[in-house]
Design a binder for this molecule. Structure first.
Ligand SMILES: Cc1ncc(C[n+]2csc(CCOP(=O)(O)OP(=O)(O)O)c2C)c(N)n1
Ligand SMILES: [Mg+2]
Length: 563
């Protein structure tokens, strides 16, 4: 992109859109508002370089921008209007924050001439988004647009990546300035020091049962390749943190499972009993540590090495023998170059993998539709470039446990646990990679949080296959309810629409499956449909997790209550 040395005056809105072009934006998501009409007009001029995808609710748009950021490593861009639009979009910003995803949310803002009067839909976004962004600011002067945009892009991708929010007062959007564009942003990352890497190798040389946990943001395809090569050279078993299972090709014998709530008890035992824990990129949050029970707070009992792109994260909860502040590509490249040593743990790695393979075998479930078998069927059928997305709910457990993610960004899921993520993430994935198959898993509750974006899939021809796992309830919450308050069902039942008919109303292919045996043919029809497709998968509500049933959970809770 040529840097414009413009003596011609441009409006704030034009400067903003020109800056997006400078920084390589090709896709943006949003819902229009009268608060940023001038930006819309500038986007009209740029329509051949930047495709502006219009969504049906800002939560959908913000989730799509977040998914774009996860997939590409470049900031996902989202435009929304003042108070109501910003409020709807907050869910995507929160997910970008928890998931360390680069993203920039632009919000139309009331003009400076009326600010602080609680003008129409006025909100101070610095206060509103303060805790869930890396940086939130308001651009009051047109001549400073290039500078603010440069800062926003650098901030979103550097160190621990995350979201930035920029408010755009109406008067700034139409004021003119003669100012030069900046250059394209460059990601800034820390590198591991030579002494760090030397010490890491020393610790490995003394270990007998080392275990690696990979996770977090800041990864790239080459970084994942380097990291896998490191694991192969040292024959290390690698677990992935919650919803970061695609950092390692799950078919590789070094992948040993995901470390999250509901993890394989044998893997949990290995995390507890390993003598060296190398955590790379993962924050070690509540879910990865199973409510901080898996690893001792604050001093893990095993030798503990933590590598993270954000210096703030190191030593935050866990004290370590070695804390390395580094970008993921920088660390993975250095790890791959470490001089090999003869591992003393070949059996340990092989057994950990065997534990995973046993854990991934299909299980018996109540009812005619068995989700473990269904996911196994998909695992055999889908090409390795397939992208699988999901939102939050117990339905996602089946996918996480029985699917084999095949490598970098074949999984898009919210570490934040945000319901409604899978549908918009699937659409964004298909828009970024039209040639790759995309499957979006949702629960019946989860789906209707952003189901209106089926209209966006139809409008832009995004041929996603949506799989709605319907058990007629907010199953996760029912499970906890039965465990803590057995037989006092309240607030967790759902009366659902006919999901297949709903898809057809949007002009998409839709059908319903109630037995495992019928899924394959339905999936073939969905695969061959000319449009996006939705398959409603009806499951027995008793089939609540691969490990247990609702009936068993209730019986256990009642037994404990009478004790
Ligand atoms: C936006 C949002 N609201 C509420 C929750 C709390 N929550 C977590 S799982 C869940 C139920 C999910 O229901 P469903 O999508 O039907 O999946 P199921 O658990 O039944 O498989 C709820 C309400 C959440 N995680 N995110
Ligand atoms: Mg449900």
């Amino acid at each position: 992109m040529k840097v414009t040395d413009s003596t011609l005056a441009r409006t704030g809105a034009q400067l903003l859109v020109d800056a997006l072009k400078v920084h390589g934006v090709d896709l943006a998501f949003g819902v229009p508002g009268e608060s940023y009409l001038a930006v819309l007009d500038a986007l009209h001029d740029a329509r051949n370089q930047i495709k502006f995808v219009i969504c049906r609710q800002e939560g959908g748009a913000a989730n799509m921008a977040e998914a774009y950021g996860k997939l590409t490593g470049r900031p996902g861009v989202c435009f929304v209007t003042r108070g109501p639009g910003a409020s709807n979009a907050a869910i995507g910003v929160h997910t970008a924050h928890q998931d360390s995803t680069p993203m920039i949310l632009f919000i139309g803002q009331v003009g400076n001439e009326v600010v602080e009067r609680e003008a129409f839909q006025e909100v101070d976004y610095r206060r509103m988004f303060g805790q869930m962004t890396k940086w939130v600011a308001q651009i009051d002067r047109a001549e400073r647009v290039p500078e603010y945009l440069s800062h926003a892009f650098h901030t979103a991708v550097s160190g621990r990546p995350g979201p930035v929010v920029l408010a755009l007062p109406e008067d700034m959007q139409v004021k003119t300035a003669s100012i030069t564009d900046t250059q394209r942003y460059k990601r800034v990352a820390a590198h591991p020091g030579e002494a760090d890497m030397h010490q890491l190798r020393e610790l490995l040389a003394k270990a007998n049962r080392p275990l690696v946990i990979a996770g977090g943001g800041d990864w790239s395809r080459p970084a994942c390749e380097d990291f896998l090569a490191f694991a192969q050279i040292f024959n290390l078993p690698i677990g992935c943190s919650f919803r970061a299972q695609d950092l390692i090709d799950n078919r590789d014998p070094h992948y040993v499972g995901d470390v999250a709530v509901g993890l394989n008890p044998k893997l949990a035992e290995r995390v507890k009993s390993c003598d060296m824990l190398l955590v790379v990129g993962a924050r070690l949050g509540e879910w990865t540590t199973v409510n901080y029970t898996l690893i001792d707070v604050p001093r893990p009992k095993q030798k503990f090495v933590h590598v993270h792109p954000g210096a703030d994260e190191l030593g935050r909860v866990y004290q370590g023998d070695l804390l390395i502040n580094s970008g993921m590509p920088e660390f993975a490249a250095a790890a791959r170059r470490l001089p090999p040593l003869k591992p003393a743990w070949d059996d340990w790695t092989r057994d950990a993998r065997a534990d995973l393979e046993a854990w991934q075998q299909p299980v018996k479930t109540p009812g005619r539709l068995n989700m473990s078998e269904l996911v196994h069927g998909l695992r055999k059928r889908l090409p390795p470039e397939t992208i699988i997305t999901n939102g939050a709910g117990n339905f996602s457990i089946w996918v996480h446990r029985f699917y084999q993610y095949t490598g970098f960004r074949t999984q898009l899921g919210p570490t934040s646990g945000a319901m409604g993520y899978g549908v918009p993430a699937g659409i964004a994935a298909k828009l970024v990679h039209p040639d790759r198959p995309v499957l979006a898993f949702a629960g019946d509750g989860d789906f209707l949080m952003t189901g209106q974006e089926l209209a966006t899939a139809a409008q832009y021809g995004a041929k996603v296959i949506f799989l709605v796992v319907n058990n007629g309830m907010y199953g996760t919450i029912r499970m906890h309810q039965e465990r803590d308050y057995p037989e006092r069902i309240y607030g967790t039942e759902l009366k659902n629409p006919d999901f297949a008919a709903l898809a057809r109303a949007y002009g998409l292919h839709g059908e319903t499956v109630e037995a495992t045996a019928d899924f394959e043919a339905a999936f073939d029809r969905a695969w061959n449909a000319k449009t996006a497709a939705l398959i409603e998968i009806k499951i027995d509500p008793d089939s609540i997790t691969p490990r247990t049933t609702l009936t068993a959970i209730r019986a256990e809770a009642l037994k404990n209550r009478t004790k």
